[in-house]
Design a protein around this ligand. Structure first.
Ligand code: AMP
Ligand code: ZN
Length: 487
């Protein structure tokens, strides 16, 4: 396996050659959603980005075990072990059992990701399904001397940890800054140090989701689930750990601390973080109230939207930005993405119709292939790949129009290249004309028009041409019959 693939590792703050621990096998863990409400488009961006990464690794021949968890317990409102339990609060509001909340939003999450054509993970473990693994890990951390119990709650001892390890290794923040920006402890606090965080929390009487443990009837802290589940399915050390950038400072920092304290090893060799989807420069989030729901975007049913966009146009919009750049949401940007997506799909529909001919003009498919793969090998640079694919689109259109011709072997290489990259790697499908039914429908319409023309009923044949043109389909009469394409 050639490993020209280079990726940006948050841990070292540089691009590094990707060298899996046990090639061709790759272990990848991505933090999944907290299923107490609908996922918004920002969450989807992160999962679409990792879908691109998964698809490209697989396309390159790696055998990826992709683990993406579902957080269905233990997530309090504040990231600082404070506030109400997110599931219990929503359950009260919707008058449902907490596990009904979990089921409802897990199904919704799966449905949305299916619409975006993301591949399912190999394993999708839940926090509630791994309580005993989490308890076991907490016990080991206590045994190693990096955690302590107070009144049934167990805290990770960050002050002790920093004596042996670098707590801020992932973000490269100064420990003093972190301390200065963290609330000082008061007499009510059980924690010994202000950076300490909960591994196990004793349940208050009203807390519904609770499990027995050696310390109390309670529930796990938020960070321990990912450490316990990633090591269970991928080993104490694995290749890639991912999530949104917002998770690096607390959740991933604490995951690293837990794994180091328990297993004395860095859990992941490469940490990958996706950048945020923003609206007018502000991060899209549930709490900021600027979170578009995917179905609002598909239907156009939202005050900020001029119209609806198909899931594939939105996927294309996301892939047009590099995963480490912010992506700002606007009607104009979506409109442009929709046009680009349709141009690409139009070319894909023409591809099977292209005929080889005597070679005219310089078409170097090999060079195009090299540029496409070089883009993806450079930290999964999908915007550069898409720009290269538009080179291919121009070629396809010119060949179709007869301005260029291409020999048999180059044509077959061109077809394989763009189909592999558009369908397998970018994960795009044609959601306008994708089905055979659409092709058959067009055949029926074209034959009706031809009948009308033969009968000299030009009113009808013109109405058909104009009607199709108004929905963006152009007819072209040629020696081989009537051809159609999207404009
Ligand atoms: P949550 O359900 O809040 O735990 O988030 C699930 C995933 O979505 C995490 O990896 C977050 O980092 C990511 N995420 C949250 N907001 C955004 C956003 N505006 N843009 C991109 N990713 C996000
Ligand atoms: Zn996580």
């Amino acid at each position: 396996m050639d490993n020209r693939l280079v990726l940006y590792n948050t841990l070292t703050r540089k691009k590094e050659r990707f060298e899996p621990l046990n090639s061709p096998f790759v272990g990848m863990y991505v933090c999944g959603p907290t299923v107490y409400s609908d996922v918004h488009l920002g969450n989807c961006r992160t999962f679409v980005s990792f879908d691109l990464i998964l698809r490209y690794l697989t396309h390159r021949g790696y055998k990826v075990r992709y683990v993406r968890n579902i957080t269905d317990a233990g997530h309090l409102e504040g990231d600082n072990d404070e506030g109400e339990d997110k599931f219990a609060k929503k359950a009260k509001l919707e008058q449902l059992e907490p596990m009904e909340i979990v089921q409802k939003y897990t199904l919704g999450f799966h449905e949305v990701l299916r619409l975006f054509n993301t591949l399912p993970p190999s394993i999708e473990p839940t926090a509630t399904g791994h309580i005993s693994e989490q308890i076991e890990m907490v016990r080991k951390i206590i045994d190693q001397g990096f955690a302590y119990e107070v009144n049934g709650t167990v805290y990770f001892d960050v002050e002790k940890y920093v004596k042996e390890y670098d707590y801020t290794i992932l973000t490269n923040r100064r420990l003093d800054d972190l301390l200065n920006n963290t609330r000082e402890l008061n007499g009510q606090d059980e924690k010994r140090g202000r950076l300490d965080f909960a591994l196990w929390i004793k349940a208050k009487p009203e807390h519904i989701m609770r499990w027995p443990s050696p310390w109390s009837v309670g529930f796990p802290g938020w960070h321990i689930e990912c450490s316990a589940m990633s090591s269970k399915y991928l080993g104490e050390q694995f290749d890639i750990h991912g999530g949104g950038m917002d998770l690096a400072a607390t959740h991933h920092t604490n995951e690293i601390a837990q794994s180091q304290a328990c297993n004395h090893t860095q859990p992941a060799r490469y940490w990958m973080h996706t950048n945020m989807l923003t609206v007018n420069g502000t991060r899209m989030s549930k709490s900021a109230g600027n979170g578009f729901l995917p179905h609002e975007l598909f239907s156009g049913n939202h005050p900020l939207l001029n119209r609806g966009y198909s899931p594939m146009a939105v996927r294309f919009f996301m892939l047009q930005a590099h995963y480490r750049s912010t992506l700002d949401f606007s009607n104009e940007a979506l409109e442009a993405a929709d046009r680009g997506y349709k141009r690409l799909m139009n070319a894909m529909a023409l591809l099977p119709k292209l005929k080889p001919g005597p070679k005219k003009g310089a078409l170097n498919i090999d060079e195009l292939r090299q540029r496409c793969y070089a883009a993806m090998d450079d930290d999964f640079n999908s915007p550069v790949l898409i720009a290269e694919l538009f080179e291919a689109v121009r070629m396809i259109n010119s060949i179709y129009d007869g301005k260029l011709s291409i020999d048999v072997s180059s044509l077959s290489a061109l077809k394989t290249l763009v189909q592999d990259l558009v369908y397998d790697v970018l994960g795009l499908v044609d959601d306008n004309t994708g089905s055979d039914d659409f092709e058959k429908l067009m055949d029926v319409i074209i034959s009706l028009r031809n009948d009308a023309k033969q009968n000299k009923d030009y009113t009808t044949s013109d109405r058909i041409r104009e009607g199709l043109s108004s929905i963006g389909i152009q007819l072209k009469d040629s020696k081989e019959g009537t051809l159609w394409s999207r404009v």
